[in-house]
Design a binder for this molecule. Structure first.
Ligand code: CTP
Length: 404
């Protein structure tokens, strides 16, 4: 989504990892990006221009001078470099990155690097000794100090059969890094989001607990969208009931189990937060006397005494300081708008996301239909995926938190 229509210039130099570049081009194109490819003569030994032309949908740029008899012409690399919103050099050989680090431009690819006004990303790929060689590392440092982005070269099996650092970053990694770079929004890049999500579990004894049906999907979609927009995310997350994925270092996950743990972790994170979103389905009550040993079943057949849990959202809102903006959720089954408006007043949040509980919406479904409830009025969204709903929610935050 974020790469839709974005202009990526891919510069391929001559390393064995070039065999992964067709797949990378495909990933970019599937995300809607426009891709132009330039390659060095050495790169043609590893991947054919025809393959990359077919996958990118454009002729591959190879030479500074286009020879066509009487029609010999100058390939205007400046225009191509100006066209790009991001220039990716992948694989970047030690030779190509050394030349660029010292301002040399003896081919189309290095001329593009020197002409680029957009961010330049390097995916170094070479054998471990070449990668560790001091001049290579100094050249990478030079590129970094020039403002270029150097992606890590993971350790692993290399084409030589040796094992070590020097592999090209995986296409999925490069794709995600571009999404994160191009998705960043000024509103979020210097803000911290405190997010609560998931269910809580309230122990009866070491093996039994009270909980609810929250899947944590909405919270995950919010964390992913905030990550994409460049926010620092302090994510207090109840027990996960789905597979986790890798998050960038700006997303700090604090895993908790009970409402009391979630409350403590959220309070600790509050001072640094400029936006708070409480998407958690917090258990409203907990057993008054959890046992530290498994209760024999004959002792379970008696009334369970429950005590209320603290209302985390209300407590965060009560401690809110100027510049903070607090958004809660309201899951309602009837009199939805009136109940949500009353909840907004009662909890003291700046706004609530009203989540109708129905067959296609609510806690455990893949889709949601949400409305934004503020003291000033209501805005309604359509039935949409939780990812789309997360985008809508963060758009609303950008619109209203900026003026709070
Ligand atoms: N919430 C919270 N701490 C609680 C209960 C709820 O922080 N102990 C937050 C939820 O994360 C959500 C909002 O309050 O952002 C509203 O949750 P909801 O379950 O709709 O409301 P409740 O306060 O539980 O009220 P009720 O169950 O009566 O509707």
């Amino acid at each position: 989504m974020v790469l839709q229509g974005r202009r990526i210039l891919l510069a391929v130099s001559g390393g064995i990892a070039a065999y992964k570049i067709p797949y990378f081009v495909r990933l970019l194109r599937q995300s809607g990006a426009e891709v132009r490819v330039a390659m060095t003569p050495a790169a043609e030994e590893f991947v054919t221009p025809l393959t990359l032309a077919a996958l990118s949908g454009h002729p591959v740029e190879q030479h500074l001078v286009l020879r066509g008899g009487a029609r010999t012409s100058w390939n205007n690399h400046v225009h191509l470099a100006e066209w790009a919103e991001a220039l990716v050099v992948a694989p970047a050989t030690s030779n190509t990155l050394a030349k660029a680090a010292h301002g040399l431009c003896d081919n189309l690819l290095t001329s593009l690097v020197l002409s680029a006004k957009c961010p330049v990303f390097w995916a170094p790929a070479m054998d471990l000794d070449m990668f560790a060689y001091p001049a290579t590392q100094q050249n990478l440092d030079r590129l970094r100090t020039m403002g270029h982005h150097v992606w890590p070269s993971p350790e692993g099996e290399l084409a030589s059969g040796l094992t070590g650092a020097g592999r090209m970053a995986e296409p999925e990694f490069m794709h995600r890094a571009l999404e994160l770079h191009l998705g960043a929004r000024p509103f979020w890049t210097d803000r911290t989001l405190l997010l609560t999500s998931g269910p809580t579990e309230e122990a009866l004894d070491p093996v039994r607990f009270l909980t609810n049906g929250s899947s944590g999907q909405m919270g995950e979609a919010l964390a992913a969208e905030a990550e994409l927009r460049g926010a620092t995310v302090h994510w207090v997350r109840g027990p996960l009931r789905r597979a986790d994925r890798a998050w960038s270092p700006k997303v700090r996950v604090v895993s908790v189990r009970s409402a009391a743990e979630m409350h403590a972790a959220a309070l600790q994170a509050l001072p640094e937060a400029s936006v708070v979103i409480t998407a958690a389905a917090v258990a409203d009550v907990r057993p008054s006397a959890p046992q530290d040993r498994k209760t024999p079943k004959e002792h379970l057949n008696r009334p369970l005494e429950l005590v209320p849990n603290a209302d985390i959202l209300a407590d965060l809102a009560a401690r809110k300081v100027s510049g903070q903006w607090i958004l809660g959720f309201a899951l309602e089954t009837h009199d939805a708008v009136e109940s949500a408006q009353a909840k907004l007043r009662r909890k003291g949040a700046d706004a609530l996301i009203l989540n109708l509980d129905g067959p296609e919406t609510g806690m455990n479904s893949a889709t949601n239909q949400i409305s934004l409830i503020r003291a000033e009025g209501i805005e309604e969204g359509p039935l949409e995926t939780k990812e789309q709903a997360a985008r809508r929610i963060l758009d609303w935050v950008e619109r209203y938190a900026g003026i709070a």
